[in-house]
Design a protein around this ligand. Structure first.
Ligand code: FAD
Length: 451
């Protein structure tokens, strides 16, 4: 049997497991730095999108295969190095995602009240690394910079009321903060026009279905220049988006308590404020011939006491793994990690760390299969790992004081979250802090030992 380590149990890691176990000649250990599996399916996808979240049921089926072992709460690079993993595994596939946000690169970006959408998403999803008190929503007006689906998620959740979200598994401390929200106006700001926006029509349409909020679009923003017209001709998705936006531009606001302003052709130049954010200074833009947004020199200020940037993600380097700082990804050829001297034997990548933060969850399936195909092609030439005892790595981690969470531990966390939800009348509620997650997981280990 080939022994494979997968680093990261997000969609890319799990789809790689699926491709590997299908053949029946590999055993796979899946490591995750978190006590829970599924990466952004658990900690990125918005809580009011239960259907997308339910992909985790299919991913569960893959991880419950008898040749697969889950080892959560193990940070590869910190708790065990890649070099140490090589003692136990013939091949290592890293699917560690793109965990950090890109910055705007403008003055004032670090003022209190200016945040990354990544941090906000992590907080409202109860990520164990997100401090419970990371956010208050005292702002009347919020500027969300970015025109992708993550920006749409953030805008939607700020526009909804806590009551709209109470039936989800959103943690109580988040619901409490949203319940006290002062927000009346949310400005979604994009550097380019409606045709260049990255959101999908389904996500966009949802903004118009929020009972509590009017969507406001300036018809002038929807007038198209020749470059956008040309792009529109080849992009049906952009045509659908434009149709939705034109419908909203014709609508009169109906006086709902919150207003979503979709604002195109604006480039942030400074986050304003002394002690905390008081506004976002923006410059109007237009497209040059190659489709890049260039400033026109016309400046204006958006009233905002909170700024959230959602302008892309990048991966984090893992010690011993080649990394391209410019793209925030690992250099690779069809998933084979490329070092200075060419492909690194037995080392692979899949998902966002391989190709950057693009596509939907399903995109990672094809991506992971490509990587596994490369791995299986290389297998005859890969030197076998010296240690073949599957329990040796578990002993190694225990000797180092690392508390690995196995699959039963994760099932115990799930059970504890369902019980917590029942206490407040929802199907499930998130356990947030890492210690509490570990306590729930270890309760399972203790009852296993006593049985
Ligand atoms: C906020 C947000 C919302 C999204 N919503 C949707 C949506 O509604 N629908 C949709 O189709 N797509 C959505 N996506 C995109 C989707 O989540 C991604 O395509 C997908 O999660 C990428 O998969 P991945 O496995 O590469 O990375 P991830 O899902 O990020 O998984 C990476 C995993 O690796 C682990 N890891 C990282 N470093 C280490 C380490 N050193 N050691 C061990 N483990 C490590 C992480 O803990 C994580 O579990 C969303 C993305 C974001 C950011």
């Amino acid at each position: 049997m080939l022994r494979v380590a997968i680093v990261g149990s997000g969609p890319a890691g799990v789809y790689a497991v699926e491709a590997l176990t299908r053949r029946g000649d590999a055993t796979v250990d899946v490591f995750d730095r978190l006590p829970s599996p599924f990466g952004l399916v658990r900690y990125g996808v918005a809580p009011d999108h239960p259907k997308i979240r339910s992909i985790s049921a299919a991913l569960t089926g893959v991880l419950e295969h008898p040749d697969v072992r889950f080892l959560g709460n193990v940070d590869v690079g910190a708790d065990i190095t890649l070099a140490e993993l090589r003692t136990y595994y013939d091949a290592i596939l890293v699917a560690s995602g793109a965990a950090v946000d890109r910055r705007l690169g403008v003055p004032g970006e670090d003022l209190p009240g200016s945040f990354s959408a990544t941090d906000f998403v992590a907080w409202y999803n109860g990520h164990p690394d997100a401090p419970i008190d990371a956010f208050t929503v005292d702002a009347r007006s919020v500027a969300v910079v970015g025109m992708g689906n993550v920006a749409v998620d953030v805008v939607r959740l700020l526009a909804k009321t806590a009551d709209d979200l109470r039936s989800t598994d959103m943690p109580d401390h988040v619901l409490d903060v949203l319940d006290r929200s002062h927000v009346t106006d949310i400005h979604m700001v994009g550097r380019r026009g409606p045709v260049q926006a990255k959101f999908t029509t389904r996500e966009l349409r949802e903004l118009g279905e929020i009972a509590n909020a009017d969507v406001l679009v300036d018809a002038a923003d929807l007038e198209l220049d020749p470059v956008s017209e040309q792009l529109l001709a080849t992009q049906p998705a952009a045509r659908r988006n434009l149709e939705v936006l034109r419908g909203w531009a014709e609508r009169r606001p109906s006086g709902r308590p919150r207003r979503l302003h979709l604002r195109f052709w604006l480039r942030p130049v400074e986050v304003l404020g002394n002690e905390r954010v008081t506004g976002l200074r923006v410059e109007s833009t237009q497209l040059d011939e190659s489709g890049n947004a260039v400033g026109t020199g016309a400046m204006s200020t958006i009233d905002a006491q909170m700024v959230l940037r959602s302008v892309g993600y990048r991966g984090l380097p893992i010690p011993g793994l080649p990394f391209d700082e410019r793209t925030g990804t690992v250099p690779n050829d069809a998933g084979r990690v490329l070092g200075p001297g060419g492909p690194e034997p037995g080392l692979y990548v899949a998902g966002w760390i391989k190709r950057g933060p693009t596509g939907v969850i399903g995109t990672n399936k094809h991506d992971a299969r490509e990587t596994v195909a490369s791995m299986l092609e290389d297998v005859p030439n890969v030197p076998l790992a010296p240690e073949r005892d599957p329990d040796a790595v578990v002993r190694f981690l225990a000797d180092r004081g690392v508390v690995a969470v196995d699959w039963n531990g994760w099932l115990a966390i799930e059970l504890a979250e369902i019980e917590l939800g029942q206490q407040r009348g929802s199907a499930r509620a998130r356990i947030v802090q890492r210690e509490a997650l570990l306590r729930a997981a270890l309760a399972a280990a203790r009852s296993d030992a006593n049985a």
